[in-house]
Design a protein around this ligand. Structure first.
Ligand code: GUN
Ligand code: ZN
Length: 441
């Protein structure tokens, strides 16, 4: 690991700190899959990681490289948020309602405002800045049903060199007319967005039917057609989040065996398809999701805030029919942009369902785990040569409390677990995107 780069390659920059390198999931593969390199450097050239190893050796090999010295801080791959809604930034923490009332009272009015291009550009800017402040370099994002809202986010993301997945929301019923499209328009607008953005720099378009309640069967058929025409495209929607939602879906789709079957019948279950929530899934649904290689998005702060329920991670982890689970903020049903806050809540929710998450599992989850779930683990999610140089630098002593607690930390594991429990945006010392430092606290 100390000298894996060819002598011809010259690093532009070396980021110095304690490197946290996951090769696999510590929950299933054991703690040894996490390698911690004490005084490490991450050498970067042309937006990619050139080498990770002992800092002194790296400096010798790259005497001309600039050094960003974060000695005593942890360096990890940038956090990945697997499910969020950028137009809901303006309604985060809205009082009182559960899912369907919350959508009607707060969400839909907020999303209607994204029909205005200026409002959308401002919202995209706030979202991109907030994610960077929290160390999130990549996200899988719902825009609104307005294609211009996707343009706003993608334009900002491209300017920052971000890896980003986003989609125009498809919805053609049970919502205000100002947000409704039609099956035809959803198809045409998604096609146009794919042509405009998919594969441009680091951007990808996702097929994005909001959920079964706000799409007619005709529109889900269109989503399925898009999925067939674009086999590798990401898909994102919501599944089995609240009991009222499930009962309503059963009334709207009487022919479906269960909620998962609504999407399955339309060809939407496959790898890179992220189904947010999945709280009340029956055994048959778990089996289908597993067989199809589909992904559940676990959104603990949202599930708690909206009173939706407790996601049972053990059901997804069953070795005989494993289902990939990605970790996500789900802003603005979710209450924080911070993956640290999200990891902490995931730990607590697991406890409430009888599962004790291993101490480093959440750090894997928010990085390589989510990269794998989103099918991006050949590019992001690892500190390894050839990977895109998206990095987060984590400061163990950023707040008075973590600084005090840090004095009694027994080892790296204890310290990282403490930081997940107590940390927030202050804990993020710096965020790098493709080798460029775009946030420094
Ligand atoms: N289900 C359908 N739309 C949404 C949304 O915007 N947020 C959440 N949490 N659930 C949904
Ligand atoms: Zn959501």
């Amino acid at each position: 690991m100390n000298d894996p780069f060819p002598p011809s390659a010259a690093a532009d920059r070396i980021v110095r700190g304690i490197a946290v390198c996951f090769d696999d999931d510590p929950w299933t593969a054991g703690a040894s899959v996490c390698r911690i390199v004490e005084d490490a450097g991450v050498a970067v050239a042309d937006g990619s990681i050139l080498a990770v190893g002992d800092f002194a050796s790296l400096v010798k090999g790259h005497p001309a490289a600039a050094v960003d010295d974060f000695t005593g801080h942890y360096i990890l791959p940038g956090f990945i948020d697997a499910h969020t809604h950028f137009p809901q930034t303006g309604i985060i923490g809205a009082y009182g309602a559960q899912l369907l009332d919350w959508l009607n009272t707060y969400t839909f009015p907020a999303e209607i405002r994204y029909g205005d291009a200026g409002h959308a550009a401002e919202g995209a800017g706030v979202f991109l800045a907030e994610t960077l402040r929290h160390g999130v370099t990549t996200a899988m994002v719902f825009a609104t049903s307005h294609p211009a809202s996707v343009d706003a986010l993608m334009t900002g993301a491209r300017d920052q060199g971000r890896r980003m997945i986003a989609g125009k929301v498809m919805m053609d019923r049970n919502a205000p007319a100002a947000l409704c499209d039609t099956p035809r328009r959803a198809y045409d607008e998604t096609k146009a967005l794919i042509a405009r953005w998919h594969g441009v720099d680091r951007l990808e378009i996702a097929i994005t039917p909001r959920f079964a309640i706000t799409s007619t069967p005709e529109q889900l058929a269109v989503a399925g057609a898009l999925a067939r025409e674009h086999p590798g495209l990401p898909i994102q929607t919501h599944l089995s989040e609240s009991k009222v939602e499930i009962a309503t879906t059963a009334r709207l789709y009487p022919e479906a065996v269960d909620y998962t079957d609504v999407y399955d019948r339309h060809g939407l279950l496959r790898p890179r398809a992220v189904f947010a929530h999945g709280i009340y899934l029956a055994e048959r649904e778990w089996q289908r999701l597993s067989d199809a290689g589909a992904v559940i998005g676990h959104c603990p702060t949202s599930n708690l805030f909206l009173g939706s329920g407790l996601f049972d991670i053990a059901k997804a982890k069953r070795a005989d029919r494993p289902v990939a689970v990605a970790l996500a903020t789900d802003v603005g049903g979710g209450t924080s942009f911070s993956m640290l806050r999200t990891m902490d809540e995931a730990y607590k929710v697991a406890h409430l369902t009888g599962t004790s998450l291993p101490p480093l599992a959440t750090w894997y989850w928010a990085t390589l785990g989510n990269a794998r779930a989103l099918g991006l683990d050949d590019r992001i999610g690892r500190l390894a040569p050839g990977y895109e140089a998206d990095l987060v630098v984590v400061d163990p002593v950023a707040t008075p409390l973590t600084a005090y607690r840090d004095r009694f930390a027994r080892d790296h594991q204890d310290r990282l677990f403490m930081l997940q429990t107590l940390g927030d945006d202050r804990t993020v010392a710096a965020t790098y995107v493709a080798g460029r430092c775009l946030h420094r606290r």
